[in-house]
Design a protein around this ligand. Structure first.
Ligand SMILES: Cc1ncc(COP(=O)(O)O)c(C=O)c1O
Length: 385
C-alpha cells in the first residue's frame, strides 16, 4: 500500500483493550460493524451518538444510585428537564409546575411549551396534595415537583402528591438535584420520573455539565430514549468519564457538605444581621417534618434571609467575601454565594420575605475559615447603609 494509505490505516483501535479500573474513553461517531447484516440490526450499537463505553458505564452506576435500570443521559441538567417534557407532552396537554422550580425550567415552559400548545399553571409550593389535585383538569398530563424549592427551599409532600397524581393517571416529574439522587429516592416514593443535574454533586468539581432522567415505567423509559434519538442529543464520552469519577466519591463528599452546611447554618442563625435561615434540616424550618420523614440527609445548599438592609449593603457583604466565590451553579467542592432577589420577581405567587435573600453553597473547606470569611463580610454589611 502507498504511504498515504498506510498512514491512515496503521495504529487504529485495538481489537482488545487491557483491563483497567475505569472504562475507556471511546471517542467515536463511526462504529465499525462486523458484517453487512449488522448495519441495520437494531440490537447492535451502530452509531456513536447513543453512547459508547464511558456513558454506558455511567448509566450502569447511576442505575444503582437511582434504583432503576432505565437511565437516560442529557447534555445538561436543564436539558434533562426539557428533554423529558419534549418526550412525553403533546399539544393540548396542561402541566402543573411548582412556583419554586429552577428558573430556567419556567423559561422553557413559558417560551417553548406555549409555542407547542402546552399550557403551564404554576402552583404555590405550600399547597397540600388535595389542593394541588384540585388544580388538575382532564387535560393535565404532568406535575413538576421540586423539593426543596430552588432559592426558597420549601418542602412538598412528594409521596402524597405522587400517589394522588398517579391515581388520576398524571405523570409526576421531580427535579431531585438538591438530594443528588442520594438523600432522597423519588422512584421509591412513587414519582414517575426523577431528574437531576449531574452538573452539581455527581460531577462535584464545577467543571462539567450533564443531566439524567430515570423511571420505572418502561413505556416512558422508551419515550425518553427515543426522544434523544429524535432530537439528536448526546453526551460527550469525556464528560461521562468525569461524571463517573465524581460519582465514585459522592457518598463520602455529601455527608461532609451536610455537616459543614449545618454548622454554618447554625452559626448564621445566631448572627444579629440574619432574620432566618432556610434549610429543611434545621428543626425550626417549616419543611423539617417532611424532610425528616422522606430524606436521609441534606446537601450544602441553603438560603439566608437578612434583616432589612439596602442593596448596597448586600453588595458590600458579597464583595467582601474572599473564600466564598460569587457564582451560580453549586455542588462542587467549593463554597459559593449569590443574592437571589432579582430571580424572585418572576414568581406567580409573590414571595414576601423580611429582607434580602441570599443563597449559600457550603463546600468542603474548614468551617472556621468559612465563618471567618462570613464574619468579615457581615462587618462590611454593617458599615454600609
Ligand atoms: C435545581 C436545579 N435543577 C437543574 C439545574 C440545571 O443544571 P444545568 O446547569 O446542568 O443545566 C440547576 C442548575 O443550577 C439547578 O439548580
Amino acid at each position: 500500500m502507498d504511504e498515504e494509505t498506510r498512514l491512515i490505516r496503521k495504529g487504529s483501535a485495538p481489537e482488545t483493550l487491557a483491563r483497567t479500573v475505569n472504562p475507556p474513553i471511546q471517542r467515536a461517531s463511526t462504529v465499525l460493524l462486523p458484517n453487512a447484516a449488522s448495519l441495520y440490526d437494531d440490537n447492535q450499537l451502530t452509531y456513536g451518538i447513543t453512547g459508547l463505553a464511558s456513558p454506558a458505564a455511567l448509566q450502569q452506576a447511576l442505575a444503582e444510585l437511582e434504583g432503576s435500570p432505565d437511565v437516560t443521559l442529557y447534555p445538561s441538567g436543564l436539558a434533562a428537564i426539557t428533554g423529558v417534557m419534549l418526550a412525553v407532552l403533546k399539544a393540548g396537554d396542561e402541566i402543573l409546575v411548582v412556583d419554586s422550580a429552577y428558573k430556567p425550567t419556567r423559561r422553557f415552559c413559558d417560551r417553548v411549551l406555549t409555542r407547542f400548545g402546552v399550557k403551564t399553571t404554576y402552583y404555590d409550593p405550600a399547597l397540600s396534595p388535595e389542593a394541588l389535585m384540585a388544580l388538575a383538569t382532564p387535560a393535565t398530563r404532568m406535575i413538576l415537583l421540586e423539593a426543596p424549592g430552588s432559592l426558597t427551599f420549601e418542602m412538598q409532600d412528594i409521596p402524597a402528591m405522587a400517589k394522588a397524581a398517579n391515581d388520576r393517571g398524571i405523570i409526576t416529574l421531580i427535579d431531585n438535584t438538591w438530594a443528588a439522587g442520594f438523600y432522597f429516592k423519588p422512584l421509591a416514593h412513587g414519582v414517575t420520573i426523577s431528574v437531576q443535574a449531574l452538573t452539581k454533586y455527581v460531577g462535584g468539581h464545577s467543571d462539567c455539565f450533564m443531566g439524567s432522567a430515570t423511571t420505572m415505567d418502561e413505556t416512558i423509559g422508551n419515550q425518553l430514549g427515543n426522544a434523544m434519538w429524535d432530537i439528536g442529543w448526546s453526551v460527550s464520552p469525556d464528560d461521562a468519564y468525569q461524571m463517573l469519577r465524581g460519582l465514585r466519591t459522592l457518598a463520602v463528599r455529601l455527608p461532609r457538605h451536610q455537616e459543614n452546611g449545618l454548622k454554618v447554618a447554625r452559626w448564621l442563625q445566631q448572627r444579629p444581621e440574619v432574620s432566618r435561615v432556610l434549610h429543611p434540616a434545621l428543626p425550626d424550618d417549616p419543611g423539617h417534618a417532611l424532610w425528616k420523614r422522606d430524606f436521609t440527609g441534606a446537601c450544602g445548599l441553603f438560603g439566608l434571609v437578612l434583616k432589612p438592609c439596602s442593596q448596597r449593603a448586600v453588595h458590600a457583604f458579597l464583595d467582601e467575601l474572599k473564600l466564598f466565590g460569587l457564582g451560580f451553579s453549586w455542588g462542587g467542592y467549593e463554597s459559593l454565594a449569590i443574592h437571589c432577589d432579582p430571580q424572585l420577581k418572576d414568581r406567580t405567587v409573590p414571595v414576601s420575605l423580611e429582607g434580602p435573600l441570599l443563597r449559600l453553597h457550603i463546600g468542603l473547606e474548614a468551617v472556621e475559615d468559612l465563618t471567618a470569611d462570613l464574619d468579615r463580610a457581615f462587618e462590611a454589611l454593617r458599615a454600609t447603609t
